[in-house]
Design a binder for this molecule. Structure first.
Ligand code: SAJ
Length: 416
């Protein structure tokens, strides 16, 4: 089989390399020349455990190459970004998906399978992608097999989850679904769940929305508990001992290119009905402000000035700062003349990010933990005390081994 993937980002690249390592001839296409050149020279341009080694193996076998142009293949996978539009409801911007569709049309032949993996608003396959291919003269389900197979892998665990997760395969017709499932059967060990395109679109969106709504509940619980003088983290621990309760973890907000984006695709299509989803987004979006208010309170206790922000990424052990609440918090604090703000993040190699831990901590009044990187988990409060840090505000509850003299604050004791 020959595969052409369009989009070599966090999903398209690992997917391409996985197919290549299962003996599929893969050409991966991207519009970014630097990314294409880097990949062809054997280096990955994103951070993901296991991906570098997998790329080297694929190139050595002669099964993967990157290019700026699509070419003829048996199957095509579109894995390009679908950001929010800047309209009233932040609806789904399909321009990259439609451009990718446009770009592959000249290379399509009868019998090809076309798969969209990008997360898309409900009905996108039926209302946009299918009509465009029909306009190009193809009969879907006879000439071309069109499928939505949403990606559902967790950044940080992509190489494992690509193989072991089950996959939703949603065809426009049952024949499309069968052909799509055959493509993924190359390496997927999880179940291939067969359905139609609409159900696949909505299922994917609801998975991330479920998480977003539940995180909103945990974040709201934190605010309620701190108002009432109750330890929210203990409440979560207790409640989760019930066999049918699974409260999520509160934090500085919800980020990344999935949970903070996808729920709007549903809201935009049915704003009158999607009330809880909309409110949950608002609650999660209010968390950076909540963190900043509390930073102000903590520092005002002893006229503190220097803040060391620990972590800018949207979650731990990734280098992704897209839609990151940590970045929003850093930028907002940095605007305030009364504070001196230093960002420390071993995963983010940007010019303004300090890479030397000791320098970042020198003279720090407050360490503000915003991402749960493993590097931070290994630091205990004794270490911070040794570095003369006055206070630690741990929004991710990861610092262990507390020392009495050190003022350690997390969401459980913020009210004290
Ligand atoms: N977060 C919390 N509390 C929690 C869990 C997460 O505040 O209890 C925050 C994280 O810190 C982060 C955000 O939510 O800012 C999202 O992180 P995540 O680990 O929940 O998920 P993502 O965005 O990295 O990946 C999600 C996954 N979806 C689900 O678990 C349902 C992944 O499987 C999807 O493939 C991915 O979205 C995607 O691409 O849609």
């Amino acid at each position: 089989m020959k595969l052409c993937t369009v989009g070599l980002g966090y999903i398209g690249l690992p997917t391409s390399i996985m197919f290549a390592n299962y003996d599929v001839d893969v050409v991966g296409v991207d519009v970014k020349k630097e990314a294409v050149d880097m990949l062809n020279s054997g280096k990955i341009h994103i951070e993901e455990p296991g991906l570098q080694e997998a790329l080297e193996k694929a190139i050595e076998k002669g099964k993967f190459r990157a290019s700026m142009e699509p070419e003829k293949a048996d199957a095509f996978i579109i894995a390009v970004p679908t950001p929010n539009k800047e309209d009233e409801y932040l609806s789904c911007d399909l321009s990259f998906v439609m451009q990718a569709t446009e770009n592959i049309i000249p290379h399509l032949e009868k019998g090809n399978v076309v798969i969209v993996e990008s997360t898309i608003a409900p009905r996108t396959m039926d209302d946009y992608v299918k009509p465009r291919l029909e306009k190009a003269g193809f009969t879907i389900g006879e000439d071309i097999f069109l499928v939505h197979c949403p990606e559902r892998v967790l950044p940080g665990q992509i190489m494992h989850e690509l193989i072991h997760n089950n996959r939703i395969v949603g065809g426009i017709t049952p024949q499309c679904t069968e052909k799509g499932a055959e493509v993924y059967a190359t390496f997927v060990k999880g179940e291939l769940i067969k359905t139609d395109a609409r159900t696949a679109e909505m299922s994917k969106l609801m998975e991330n929305t479920f998480r977003d709504v539940n995180i909103a509940l945990a974040n709201e619980l934190t605010k309620v508990c701190n108002e009432l003088g109750i330890n929210a983290l203990e409440v979560i621990e207790m409640a989760n001992k019930h066999p049918r309760v699974n409260l999520h973890t509160p934090g500085p907000g919800v980020g990344g290119h999935c949970l903070a984006v996808d729920p709007y695709f549903i809201i935009a299509k049915a704003p009158e009905q999607a009330k809880l989803i909309s409110l949950s987004r608002q609650i999660n979006k209010s968390m950076p402000e909540y963190v900043i208010e509390n930073v102000e309170k903590l520092l005002s206790k002893y006229n503190g000035k220097k803040i060391t922000v620990f972590g800018l990424t949207y979650k731990g052990n990734v280098d992704d700062i897209r839609e990151s609440p940590a970045m929003d918090i850093y930028e907002e604090l940095n605007k305030r003349p009364e504070f001196e703000v230093v960002a420390y993040d071993p995963h983010v190699k940007l010019s303004f990010v300090e890479q030397d831990l000791e320098k970042a901590l020198t003279g720090s009044d407050l360490v503000l933990i915003l991402s749960d990187h493993n590097e931070f988990k290994n630091l205990n409060s004794e270490y911070f005390k040794k570095m003369n840090v006055k206070q630690v505000f741990d929004t991710k509850n990861i610092v262990k081994n507390h020392v009495n003299e050190l003022i350690y604050v997390n969401y459980g004791n913020l009210y004290k």
